[in-house]
Design a protein around this ligand. Sequence first.
Ligand code: NAD
Ligand code: ZN
Length: 351
Amino acid sequence: MKEITLKTPTSESKVYCGANAFKSYISEYKNKQIFLVTDTNVYAIYSKLIDDTFGSNCPKCVFEAGEQSKNPQTLFRILNLMLSSGMRRNCTVIAFGGGVVGDIAGLAAALYMRGVHLVQVPTTILAQVDSSVGGKTAVDMCGVKNVIGTFYQPERVIADPMFFATLPEREVKCGLGEIIKYGALDGNIYLKLIENVEGLNCESFLSEIVFDCIRHKAQVVESDERDENGARKTLNLGHTTGHALELFYGNKSHGEYVLIGMYCELQLARKYGICGGQYAKNIEMLVLKVLEQLPQFKDIQSAANVALHDKKNDDDNIVLIVPEREGKCAELKLPLLEYKKFLKDCFDNAR
Ligand code: NAD
Ligand code: ZN
């Protein structure tokens, strides 16, 4: 079991990571007033564990699984249920699920009576390495992702690898996408990935690497909690292109789009002389290990236009975070036209 303390100017979160973390670090909440938030898929699998841990009468909201539920209606349903079940100012919201549950339950915890305790129990790899740590909470509205939200740090994050056993393959791929992103940001993670490239989804390896990713993210968040000085922006490596394609095509998992984005942006870094040699080959190898092959998309130039709305952009330039060398990434700014042409060439060359 490993432990991290994440300190910000106004909060302190404890992150517990490893086998048995759930059993060991949830027990003290049994005697507190809690409200559990989860989704239908997670509840279908873990209702017994939830009932055994918190009692079958524990007040809860189980909403329909999927990003389409991450909206103000579900948020207000949770708040309503909290009020009607008598939640007090010192209650604890337990977010038990993937990133959708974590984001929406986190926002409910931040809003209810101006803020109650929050514990994140992330059950997807993506939620463990990314969304449960760092305090970003949000819901989508009118088709715009994460447009209503706040920073609200959980008092505890419990990242237990036992939940990975039930994940569908697509969600494992999604999590590995983010883990490989950390490999391009952190030299230690990079070396472990290269050494274990044949066993990326074995449970003991995942458990170890998830901790390393959380530690990396915690350090970044400590230095830039509110996404203001550029440090947190690095976590967006692969995401400029990945998000644009995800928004335009939307038929693969987020992590797969991140990997596709990383592949393209690595080629950009090569083209502009930022990244090269064996390091670039290794990053490409890791990306393709999970992605298998670069898919083909129709009308890639129109998809590239979506990158214009990326929040990192300045004026008319597309801003990308690209791999540079072990443990270091770089920022690259490109005019939209150049970016579009590059993206088209990148997919044509991969045919
Ligand atoms: P998700 O919560 O939708 O989970 C993916 C699917 O896996 C769902 O169908 C869910 O029901 C199911 N699932 C969850 N745990 C399971 C388990 N143990 N076994 C079987 N099935 C399980 O999606 P996600 O990929 O975890 O998270 C994506 C969300 O996270 C997005 O809304 C994204 O915006 C958000 N996000 C937030 C941050 C942040 O900093 N707050 C960072 C990255 C992503
Ligand atoms: Zn991501």
